[in-house]
Design a binder for this molecule. Structure first.
Ligand code: MG
Length: 204
């Protein structure tokens, strides 16, 4: 399986990092070794001094497809989870300055914590109005709603599937709202979709 991550999908977040608002989805991949599940602790990596959290809604692909038309995209998923796209911001900045790929800053081991549970999309009003939030040490640091996405889930699936065949179990991290920031050892991160606790783990 593969993990596809969308960058700059919320205007306020693109602005906070001084990035232009894209006219087409920006995406990158993480390998399956990036996953961190079951509320296991995240061990702060030795190669960075500035790891940031980015809370993101995660769509799980339920059907194989390629070059999927936007109006058919909703047939290819039925569940949403919540994850974090951990980013070594110091390494990412260096990569950006040199015009190099981002993988070392984005795709490292355990850089993709993921909720154990996924919620059926039918139980949430609709995929285009899902509220979610991240608490750090009990305080809300990020709040978002899928209604604020620049590119909808269906648009993302249509776009990405032009380049990559989507397979069952593939995950799409759909981008983060404003409020990203650093984590430190002993921080506790709790993620919610609506009022449902999706993950709760510590940085060690
Ligand atoms: Mg992200």
């Amino acid at each position: 399986m593969k993990i596809i991550c969308i960058g700059r999908n919320y205007i306020d977040h693109a602005k906070e990092l001084n990035n232009p608002v894209p006219s087409e989805p920006v995406f990158f991949l993480k390998p399956d070794t990036a996953l961190l599940r079951n509320n296991a602790p995240f061990f702060y990596p030795a190669f960075s001094k500035d790891v940031h959290y980015e809370v993101e809604l995660v769509i799980k692909i339920s059907k194989v497809g390629r070059s999927i038309g936007e109006k058919f995209a909703s047939r290819y998923y039925s569940e949403v989870g919540l994850g974090i796209d951990f980013t070594a911001r110091d390494l990412q900045q260096r990569c950006k300055e040199r015009g190099l790929p981002w993988e070392m800053a984005k795709a490292f081991d355990f850089s993709a914590p993921l909720s154990s549970a996924f919620l059926p999309i039918d139980n949430i009003e609709s995929v285009s109005s899902i509220p979610f939030s991240l608490l750090k040490n009990g305080e809300v640091v990020q709040q978002g709603n899928s209604s604020e996405m620049i590119f909808s889930v269906d648009r993302i699936i249509s776009y990405v599937s032009q380049f990559f065949t989507l397979k069952i179990g593939d995950l799409i991290y759909t981008g983060t709202p404003a409020g990203v920031g650093p984590v430190q050892i002993n921080d506790r991160l709790q993620g919610y979709i609506g009022d449902t606790l999706m993950f709760d783990f510590e940085v060690k």
